[in-house]
Design a protein around this ligand. Structure first.
Ligand code: ATP
Ligand code: MG
Length: 650
């Protein structure tokens, strides 16, 4: 074993085959997937070219599936012309005009809006015409800073329709974070709202916007304000215009702008878990294809499904699995303004029951929060409409996975643990719900056409089971990022720094087991080196979460005289458990029993929460500073709960 390999200590042996009913009704059979994989093996670019022709409406057919002559700047579907909004909306109107595209629920839960594909079309066209009237055109950047309301999706789709490039900034971000993103993109227009209620708390978007713009955003010419939350806001007559005025008198038809497949569809900043966020630039053609294929393959969509992805449109998950993928496939979906725990921890389950949700896709942070609240709450709701569950965002600890399966899925729903990133555009490694035998905590295998594998330090493929290394993708794929906005050098330095221009480095460490299933071990930078043994963070955290009192855990390394590095664990308890005398010792012992003495934390700190990004991911880099007793000097612009840092300093 080379000195830099990551060692595995976790043993997870449980397996779950898909229910027979699921297998029988799958949209694609095992034979279909075998054929897809065989075709991808035989001709990688041709495989994607075939799918692009079959799944996308082209205004002009492409000549070449892939141009890889200037790696790592790959071009897909060269010579074609398309419009993403046309593909998400117009092509459904012939036979699905009256089908519901969205069922939207507000934060308080006393308002439901039902929007058909025809209405969706008309609203997007009116707003797109309004944008044109404001002087916005192809290639202009538009920043969208909105609550989770249908108009946020209309705004994104309207940009796509006229070839403007959107950059959505999560509505919970501060005015500084908003200003930085506006200036980095040199946006011409800002779209926002007066504000809204989220979890019962007022989010004053317009006043945050004013602060950002007043502090200096020279590129902004106009700001469109949706009056949604009934907040008292001041409108600057030189700059601000209401959404209602923008769409007033506009036609419900808008000829799409036919663009090159490489035309940037959007810029989106990463979550900032590992450092300063990166402005990821996505394409039109390749991105759309990734969104369509993964929605079909991973979510097994049927015509009568009611699909719900709980992400905010401010994250990549909300782009690919709310705004673009499900609409392109033509499924009915739920959109939700609020948070999982308001007015209580039964909110998601009540909505599943009320709207007969069949497919439910959420994040481990939400699952752990709802698990923390206890098993009794979900029991009060009828969850029998559910047939498929999904998760994304962080590794899911096997015990949280089991809770999701048993308490929410009633042992009846496959769980798709989907590994992907802002940069990958769409899901890369995931079970196929009707085919794959599941293992709790594993994202299983790469999708057809995705050349994901594991490299060691020298760039050799790791073929032995249970040996960790760099998670890499060795062939370009259509929905991959094209660059970091305005910074090709950062693009190269971040993703292609080690194994040449054709090997994309994800930044995560992973290993495969005997069945070639992938297990994400954590971020490359988070590996802990205890007495010469390199351990990923995931396994130790999962062992802690397997203890009955623990809802959530994060581990980091800190310098230790004897061991080189030792482990510090930060732990959040489940509701009903208290930080009693001796619990920290018990947890240390528990980890030793589960994983061996090597993985035993030197110290366990029990706290009310963990530092997280606004998208709910644990920021281990901040915990590392705390464990070392250092001051925090890193980028904290995407940190959700700064006050927790003081508590964790102990
Ligand atoms: P930054 O790149 O700014 O540090 P980030 O990596 O958290 O932020 P995202 O693109 O939102 O930004 O997250 C992608 C990362 O999330 C992946 O690299 C991986 O670490 C983690 N992740 C996502 N889905 C899964 C999953 N199913 N299993 C394990 N990890 C996952
Ligand atoms: Mg990342």
């Amino acid at each position: 074993m080379s000195s830099n390999q990551i060692e595995s200590v976790l043993k997870e042996n449980r397996t779950f085959a898909p229910p027979q009913k699921f297998i029988d009704n799958s949209v694609l059979s095992q034979a279909d997937f075998d054929a897809l994989n065989a075709r991808a093996e035989e001709d990688h670019a041709g495989f994607w070219g075939d799918l692009a022709r079959a799944e996308i409406d082209w205004q002009q057919d492409f000549e070449q599936a892939l141009d890889d002559s200037n790696a790592p700047f790959f071009k897909w579907f060269v010579g074609g012309k398309l419009n993403v909004s046309h593909n998400c909306i117009d092509r459904h109107l012939a036979d699905k005009a009256d089908k519901l595209a969205f069922i939207w629920e507000n934060d308080a839960g006393d308002e439901v809006r039902r929007i058909t594909f025809q209405e969706f079309h008309d609203e997007v066209c009116r707003f797109a015409n309004g944008l044109k009237a404001l002087g916005v055109g192809k290639g202009d950047r538009v920043v969208i800073y909105m609550p989770m309301v249908p108009e946020a999706v209309y705004a994104m789709q309207a940009c796509a329709r006229i070839g403007a490039i959107h950059s959505v900034v999560f509505g919970g971000f501060s005015s500084e974070a908003l200003r930085d993103r506006i200036n980095d993109a040199e946006a011409k227009l800002l779209i926002t709202a007066d504000g809204n209620l989220r979890g019962g708390k007022e989010v004053p978007l317009k006043s945050m916007t004013d602060k950002a713009l007043d502090a200096g955003c020279p590129s902004i010419e106009k700001s469109v304000v949706l009056l949604h939350g009934g907040l008292d806001v001041s409108m600057n007559p030189d700059r601000d215009i209401s959404w209602a005025d923008v769409v007033a008198g506009q036609a419900t038809e808008c000829e799409p702008e036919w663009v090159d497949p490489e035309h940037p569809l959007f810029i989106l900043y990463t979550s900032g878990s590992t450092g300063k966020p990166k402005g990821v630039q996505h394409s039109s053609g390749g991105y759309l294809l990734g969104a369509i294929m993964t929605n079909k393959w991973v979510f097994d969509l049927h015509a009568d499904d009611v699909y719900w992805c709980t992400a905010d449109v401010g994250w990549i998950t909300g782009h690919t699995y709310i705004c673009y993928g499900p609409t392109a496939v033509g499924v009915t979906q739920i959109m939700f303004e609020g948070v999982p725990t308001y007015p209580d921890a039964g909110r998601f389950w009540r909505m599943v029951q009320d709207h007969n949700v069949t497919i439910f896709y959420t994040a481990p942070t939400a699952i752990r929060a709802l698990m923390k609240a206890g098993d009794d709450i979900p029991k009060d709701y009828d969850l029998s409409s559910l047939r498929l569950l999904g998760t994304v965002g962080e590794p899911i600890n096997p015990e949280a996975w089991m809770w999701y399966r048993e308490t929410i899925g009633k042992n009846n729903c496959p769980i798709v643990d989907t590994w992907w990133q802002t940069e990958t555009g769409s899901i890369m490694i995931s079970p196929l719900p009707g085919q794959t035998t599941l293992k709790p905590g594993s994202c299983t295998r790469p999708l057809p056409g995705i050349a994901a594998t594991i490299y060691d330090e020298e760039g050799n493929e790791v073929t032995q089971p249970n040996v960790g290394g760099y998670l890499v993708v060795t062939k370009p794929w259509p929905s991959m990022l094209r660059t970091v906005w305005g910074d090709d050098q950062r693009f190269r330095d971040t993703y292609f720094f080690k194994f040449g221009d054709r090997v994309y480095i994800a930044g995560d460490s992973a290993q495969r087991d005997d069945d070639h299933y992938f297990w994400i071990l954590g971020r490359i930078d988070d590996v802990v080196n205890v007495s010469g043994h390199r351990l990923g963070t995931m396994e130790v955290e999962s062992a802690l979460v397997a203890h009955k009192a623990v809802a959530e855990a994060a581990v980091v390394g800190f310098p230790h005289e004897v061991k080189g590095e030792a482990i510090m664990a930060f732990v959040v308890l489940k509701t009903g458990y208290a930080d009693e005398e001796g619990l920290d010792q018990e947890l240390r012992k528990h980890v030793t029993e589960q994983l061996g003495a090597l993985a035993r934390p030197e110290e366990v700190r029990i706290a009310e929460g963990l530092p997280k990004t606004r998208s709910g991911k644990i920021m281990r880099r901040l915990l590392k500073s705390i464990a070392k007793g250092e001051d925090i000097t890193q980028d904290t612009s995407t940190l959700e709960n700064p006050a927790i840092l003081d508590q964790l300093r102990g």
